[in-house]
Ligand binder design. Structure first.
Ligand code: ADP
Ligand code: MG
Length: 326
């Protein structure tokens, strides 16, 4: 089983940022309102992700590390309409198989906290507030070939920050902090008590910069049961700025050719083919109209009707940019 987990790890865990993505995913699934990521050496020596979510009961700590252990699929129908981010029950087992992992947790409504050491299986009491901390030390220590492929600490750190950023842009109501070598690298405070659009605008300003918001227009359009909201950079901004292209489908970050092509098509006339457009788009669609289980890293979706999605995204951006439609 260890070997199978290590093979699974090969697919799921490419670098420290893959671990960060999965652990933050779990924290959000657990209903965290604050997620703190601490890293040493770009995450290679240490990654800890701390949350204030529902926690894991003592007896379930060993289960969480087992392959195909997930608390998130009740039945097969759930697979079709899954709304939580993770659903495969493999991430923790895979990560633990290529690192020194431990989980510390105190479930909601309980006075005591426990700590499980993955390698030794030792379970002992510890002290902490409600929530969970997963600690991953010495990633790939047992697979030096993979460790060799890692880049400099700063590059790995940048990938880790990007992994958190992708979550943060989807969840303005959750606060995030990233520490590296004891220094605060990024902090995005929870936006509370604001209407959804306002919360999103504030989080976008916080994460992508005031400039991004100032030099972009609001996207908001719904057609054929496909909702598209967010912001799209005005052409001048797109010409001068970095390649911010964030797309979410039902709250899940995705990279999708249909969406990026639709965006490029919308910009074609106004950009004169000079540069990539910049945008943060949030698409909502009936989960029955997409497949999300196409890749172990869960970054891809397959739209059952990509033509409708293409048109919805294209028209949403064209409307925002006030591009006349032929
Ligand atoms: P999945 O997220 O696909 O269910 P994982 O391997 O990522 O699988 O996690 C296994 C299980 O461990 C989860 O289903 C959940 O029950 C538990 N778990 C992991 N991380 C946390 C956390 N931060 N808070 C609460 N429960 C967690
Ligand atoms: Mg998970």
């Amino acid at each position: 089983d260890e070997l199978i987990s290590q093979i699974a790890a090969g697919e799921v865990v490419e670098r420290p940022a893959s671990v960060v993505r999965e652990l933050v995913d779990n924290a959000l699934d657990a209903g965290a309102t604050q997620v703190t990521v601490r890293l040493l050496a770009g995450g290679v020596r240490l990654i800890t992700v701390e949350d204030d979510g529902a926690g894991i009961p003592r007896d379930e700590l060993p289960v969480a590390l087992r392959r195909h252990a997930t608390s998130k699929i009740a039945d097969l129908h759930d697979l079709e309409t899954v709304v939580t981010m993770g659903f495969r029950g493999e991430a923790l087992a895979a990560i633990a198989s290529v690192s020194e992992a431990s989980i510390h947790s105190r479930p909601a409504g309980q006075d005591s906290a426990y700590r499980l050491d993955a390698r030794s299986g030792e379970l002992r009491p510890t002290a902490r507030n409600q929530g969970t901390t997963v600690e991953i030390k010495e990633l790939f220590f047992s697979t030096p070939a993979r460790r060799k492929f890692l880049k400099s600490d700063n590059t790995e750190l940048a990938h880790c920050v990007e992994a958190v950023r992708r979550h943060a842009l989807a969840r303005p109501e959750v606060g995030f902090a990233i520490w590296h070598e004891g220094k605060l690298v990024e902090q995005w405070r929870a936006v509370v008590g604001a209407a959804p659009e306002e919360a999103l605008a504030r989080r976008l300003a916080d994460v992508l910069g005031e400039d991004f918001v100032a030099q972009s227009v609001a996207v908001q359009r719904s057609s054929a049961g496909i909702g598209v909201i967010g912001r799209a950079g005005v052409p001048d901004a797109a010409r001068s700025r970095a390649d911010h292209q964030y797309c979410y489908v039902n709250g899940r970050f995705v990279r999708d050719k249909v969406v990026s092509h639709a965006a490029r098509s919308a910009y074609e006339d106004v950009l004169h083919g000079q540069k990539q457009p910049i945008y943060a788009l949030y698409i909502t669609i009936d989960p029955a109209r997409i497949d999300v289980n196409v890749h172990p890293t869960k970054i891809e979706v397959r739209f059952r009707d990509s033509r409708e999605v293409h048109q919805a995204v294209r028209h949403a951006i064209e409307d925002a940019l006030a591009v006349p439609r032929a």
